[in-house]
Write a protein that binds this ligand. Structure first.
Ligand code: NDP
Length: 316
C-alpha cells in the first residue's frame, strides 16, 4: 500500500518541496499539516501536485489545543500514520521583544519545539499501530544550533544553559522568555535554541522508544535553503545578499527542490533506516551521518528538556 506521511508546515519552502517530491513518487500520500489552509491548498496546486496525492489539514503549532484537534481529526480520517515530519518553524532574527503562543510560551520555542513535542508524543501511538515496513519520525535540525560548526559560531550562539527559563515557563513578564533564563530577549538565539531542542528531542525519542517500537527517529540539516520564507522577517539587505552569499561564498546553498529531495530521502529511502542519526549531505549531494555539538548531543540535557517539556504541554 501507499505510505501516509504527515508534514508540518508544508505550505512553503522545504516542507512544500518535500511534499511534492514524496507525492510524485506515487508511493506516498502526503498530509500537509498547515496553519493557513487556503495558503497550503493554493501552494500545492501551484507546485503542480496531483489532486488526490495529498490532503490539507489544519494545524497551528502555536496552540496546544490545535495540536490535539489535529491529532483527533487525523485519527478520524481513518488513515494510518507511517511517517511524521516535524518541519514547520518560525524565525524572528531581528526581534528584541518576545511574542507568545496561545498557551503563553515564547513563540519560537513554543512553535518549533513545544508544539512539535506534543504532536510527536501523541502521534507516536499512531506510528506504533502502523504496519508499514519502515516507520519514521523526523524532526528538522539545523547547523545553526550546532556550535561545532562555523555557522553555529556566528553570534548569538545557541545555548540552553541549565534550562531555568524553560522551567519558569518562558513567560517573559514574570520570568524569562529565553530557555537559559537570560533577561533580554534575542529572537535569533531563541530560534537556534529551539533547533537544539529539536535535535535533543529526536535523540531522546530514540533512546526511549527505538528498541521497543522499531521506529526510526532521525534529524537532518538539509543545507542552507537561502530562498525560503524562513528569512521573511529579516532585514531587506540580508534577504537580498544572503542567497548569493551562500551560493558563491560559503557554497552551502541548496535549492528548495534539492532540499525537498533530501528530506524525502530521510522519509522514504530504504537505506536511511538508522535511528538516532543527524543526516547531512556533502557537496556531491550524498548523505552522511553528521556529528552534533556537545550540547546538542548531551543525554542529561535531553532528559531534562523532555521532563520540562512534558509539564509545559500538559503530559505530566
Ligand atoms: P519556511 O518559512 O518556508 O517554512 C516554514 C513553514 O512553517 C511554513 O509552512 C509556515 O507556515 C510553517 N509555520 C510557521 N508557524 C507555524 C505554526 N504556528 N503552525 C503551523 N505551521 C507553521 O521555512 P523553511 O522551509 O526554510 O524551513 C523548514 C524547516 O527547515 C524549519 O524547521 C527550519 O528550521 C529548517 N531549516 C531551514 C534551513 C534554511 O536554510 N531555510 C536550514 C536548516 C534548517 P506559513 O506558510 O503559514 O507561514
Amino acid at each position: 500500500r501507499q505510505g501516509v506521511v504527515v508534514i508540518t508546515g508544508a505550505s512553503s519552502g522545504l516542507g512544500l518541496a518535500a511534499a511534492k517530491a514524496l507525492a510524485e513518487t506515487g508511493k506516498w500520500h502526503v498530509v500537509m499539516a498547515c496553519r493557513d489552509f487556503l495558503k497550503a491548498a493554493t501552494a500545492a496546486k501551484a507546485a503542480g501536485m496531483a489532486a488526490g496525492s495529498y490532503t490539507v489539514m489544519h494545524l497551528d503549532l502555536a496552540s496546544l489545543d490545535s495540536v490535539r484537534q489535529f491529532v483527533d481529526n487525523f485519527r478520524r480520517s481513518g488513515m494510518p500514520l507511517d511517517a511524521l515530519v516535524c518541519n514547520a518553524a518560525i524565525y524572528r532574527p531581528t526581534a528584541r521583544q518576545p511574542t507568545f503562543t496561545a498557551d503563553g510560551y515564547e513563540m519560537s520555542v513554543g512553535v518549533n519545539h513545544l508544539g512539535h513535542f506534543l504532536l510527536g508524543r501523541l502521534m507516536l501511538d499512531d506510528l506504533k499501530k502502523s504496519d508499514y515496513p519502515s516507520r519514521r519520525l523526523i524532526i528538522l535540525g539545523s547547523i545553526t544550533g550546532n556550535t561545532n560548526t562555523l555557522a553555529g559560531n556566528v553570534p548569538p550562539k545557541a545555548g540552553l544553559g541549565d534550562l531555568r527559563g524553560l522551567a519558569g515557563g518562558l513567560r517573559g513578564q514574570n520570568g524569562s522568555a529565553m530557555i537559559d533564563g537570560a533577561e533580554s530577549f534575542d529572537g535569533a538565539k531563541a530560534y537556534k535554541d529551539s533547533k537544539i531542542c529539536n535535535m535533543l528531542t529526536m535523540q531522546e525519542f530514540h533512546r526511549r522508544f527505538h528498541e521497543e517500537t522499531g521506529i526510526t527517529f532521525a534529524s537532518l540539516y538539509p543545507g542552507c535553503i537561502a530562498t525560503t520564507g524562513l528569512f521573511r522577517e529579516h532585514i531587506p539587505l540580508f534577504r537580498l545578499l544572503f542567497p548569493p552569499f551562500q551560493r558563491f561564498v560559503t557554497k552551502g546553498f541548496v535549492s528548495e527542490a534539492e532540499s525537498g529531495k533530501r528530506l524525502a530521502q530521510v522519509v522514504g529511502d530504504p537505506s536511511l533506516t538508522k535511528s538516532g542519526v543527524y543526516w547531512s549531505w556533502n557537496k556531491d549531494s550524498a548523505s552522511f551521518e553528521n556529528q552534533l555539538s556537545q550540547e546538542a548531543s548531551d543525554p542529561e540535557k535531553a532528559r531534562k528538556l523532555w521532563d520540562l517539556s512534558e509539564k509545559l504541554v500538559g503530559l505530566a
